[in-house]
Design a protein around this ligand. Structure first.
Ligand code: FES
Length: 113
């Protein structure tokens, strides 16, 4: 069963482990379904960088990063080599095990859809 551990840059939030979600969803979808706040200003069409996450473990279970995704990551706040856009990271492997850090959402000018 696929599993994601969410950790948070905002240390006032507690880590969450989510499993048993449907495959074919993005990290953003899974976060939202579980009341984990992650901005997504462009509505998930890879045209912003507000859904940036840091994939600490398990990036081998994610689709390859596209040039377009890379371009938008370059415009994100504090991008690192672990940065991905949550809306572009679809999980399709039932054995996937990921650890994903959610950046501090207070630093992002955004709104929820
Ligand atoms: S929501 Fe805009 S790129 Fe993910």
């Amino acid at each position: 069963m696929a599993k994601i551990k969410f950790t948070f840059e905002d240390k006032s939030l507690e880590d969450r482990v989510i499993e048993g979600f449907e495959l074919g969803q993005s990290i953003l979808d899974i976060a939202e379904d579980n009341d984990i706040h992650l901005n997504h200003n462009c509505g998930c069409v890879c045209a912003c960088s507000t859904c940036q996450v840091y994939v600490k473990k398990g990036d081998e279970f994610l689709p390859e990063i596209s040039d377009r995704e890379e371009d938008f990551i370059d415009r994100a706040i504090a991008p690192t080599l672990e940065s991905r856009l949550g809306c572009q990271c679809i999980i399709n492997d039932e054995n996937a095990e990921l650890e994903v850090e959610i950046p501090d959402q207070d630093q992002i000018i955004g709104h929820e859809h």
